[in-house]
Design a protein around this ligand. Structure first.
Ligand code: FAD
Length: 136
């Protein structure tokens, strides 16, 4: 694994980065996020197969997964320090790949609103003040 090799090879304060507790915690958070993202995707597939998919469910999945993916890639960038923003390393590429996914085919915000509409029954796409007619 790319991160494992890098963190074991790069030494600071006389020890490989992999030996520091904060580094290990970030790695675990990344791994947990990746597993959770896979599981949410798997759950969406099952809902689709059983005919129980709804717009709100798919939007919740898309919004949540892209948000967690962003968090995960940020942690990866932190782990590599300055090298995390150089094109020579893969994290910067992952950043560039993820930002469009966070935005296209429904932005994070709009997908959140689609999911929230299904939960509450209230659409907040349009500010309430603009939908009301003036009594003046
Ligand atoms: C790599 C890439 C590929 C794309 N490919 C295609 C394609 O093939 N076909 C295509 O048609 N489009 C494509 N798009 C466009 C994409 O669908 C839009 O970028 C996206 O819908 C957001 O629209 P916008 O950029 O105009 O942002 P805006 O609509 O200007 O929104 C700006 C911000 O305001 C937020 N916002 C907007 N309205 C609300 C609201 N009611 N409540 C809360 N927040 C709100 C948005 O979520 C966003 O964060 C692509 C975009 C990217 C980045």
């Amino acid at each position: 694994m790319y991160y494992k090799r890098y963190l074991k090879e790069r030494k600071q304060f006389g020890a490989p980065l992999a030996a520091f507790q904060i580094t290990q915690q970030k790695l675990v958070q990344m791994m947990g996020n990746i597993q959770a993202m896979i599981l949410v995707g798997w759950r969406l597939c099952k809902l689709y197969e059983s005919g129980k998919m709804t717009a709100g469910r798919v939007s919740l999945g898309k919004a949540w997964i892209t948000s967690k993916a962003r968090e995960t890639v940020s942690l990866g960038r932190e782990l590599l320090g300055g090298n995390g923003i150089l094109t020579d390393f893969l994290v910067a590429k992952a950043f560039c790949d993820l930002e469009p996914i966070h935005t296209y085919e429904g932005t994070y915000e709009i997908n959140s609103l689609v999911a929230a509409r299904e939960i509450t029954g209230i659409s907040s796409f349009k500010p309430a003040a603009l939908t009301q007619r003036s009594r003046m």
